[in-house]
Design a protein around this ligand. Structure first.
Ligand SMILES: C[S@@+](CC[C@H](N)C(=O)[O-])C[C@H]1O[C@@H](n2cnc3c(N)ncnc32)[C@H](O)[C@@H]1O
Length: 252
């Protein structure tokens, strides 16, 4: 038993090595600059326990094949995918509050995955799966076209310095890729407190055909009036930052 738990953790670590190799090929092929830097901080004992005991049930390994989402979740409920959920508290709460939806969380912050595994298990939910990998590559390789009801990006890293702007995850090719993965009428939901990033997003969205900016009487907005507070949103509120919500619908 102990052996298989260790193998489980090793698999996750090996995955990271494959990831580094694969990333180099991908970056070359698609002129892609990744939106994060790797943070190799030690896991807490509880996070390590979560990887050893819960990853097999809740985690999905990166693969170069599309997922069969119906088999994965055992049904066809609408799928909400969140990129960069941090520690995942709001994602777990959302999954618990919405048992008729299925959730996929993608994160590259290993401690965040560990914490999210712990809270998902504590909440007793079965409608959430996690992927520990670069979301751009996961979406490109693993998510079938027309599969997502909502894609949410809450407080994506703003990469403030001008010379780092190219690292922002929201770039034209990525937004075009997301459009293919959303179903018709599907929603791209972004929240940020960085004004420069808002301008960047609007510029990119204006250059891609097929999205419509949602007005305040949109069905989705009325259904999601109380969106959940994430850790970065809490921080932004304490700092009295303006928080901007941008919601786009795939219209063709
Ligand atoms: C500023 S934090 C926001 C965390 C959380 N959404 C919140 O609002 O508290 C951005 C998160 O996105 C993750 N991230 C950045 N680029 C990513 C990528 N390409 N794939 C997956 N996660 C990514 C980072 O690891 C980080 O945890």
């Amino acid at each position: 038993m102990k052996q298989s738990k260790l193998t489980n953790l090793n698999m996750v670590n090996n995955n990271l090595i494959i990831f580094e190799k694969f990333h180099k090929c991908f970056a070359k092929q698609f002129h892609y600059i990744r939106s994060f830097t790797c943070r190799h901080r030690r896991l807490t004992k509880a996070q390590q326990f979560a990887f050893e005991n819960y990853w097999q049930e809740i985690g999905i390994e990166f693969q170069e094949q599309q997922l069969d989402l119906i088999t994965l979740f055992g049904g066809t409920s609408p799928i909400i995918l969140e990129i960069g959920f941090g520690t995942g508290n709001s994602l777990v709460k959302m999954a618990k509050d919405n048992p008729n939806h299925n959730f996929i969380g993608i994160e590259v912050y290993k401690r965040g995955i560990g914490s999210c595994l712990l809270s998902a298990k504590k909440a007793g939910i079965t409608n959430l799966r996690l992927i520990y990998y670069d979301a751009v590559q996961v979406i490109y390789r693993m998510i079938p076209d027309n599969a997502l009801y909502v894609l949410q990006l809450f407080f994506p890293d703003p990469w403030h310095k001008v010379r780092h702007n190219k690292r922002r995850i929201i770039q034209k090719p990525f937004i075009e890729l997301i459009m293919k993965k959303l179903n018709l009428g599907g929603i791209l939901h972004i929240v940020t407190d960085c004004e420069a990033y808002v301008n960047h997003i609007i510029q990119i969205m204006n250059s891609v055909h097929g999205y419509s900016y949602c007005s305040l009487n949109n069905y989705f907005i009325n259904q999601h009036k109380t969106h959940l507070l994430t850790k970065f949103e809490q921080r932004a509120r304490i700092l009295n930052h303006n928080i901007c919500t941008l919601i786009f619908e795939r219209v063709r």
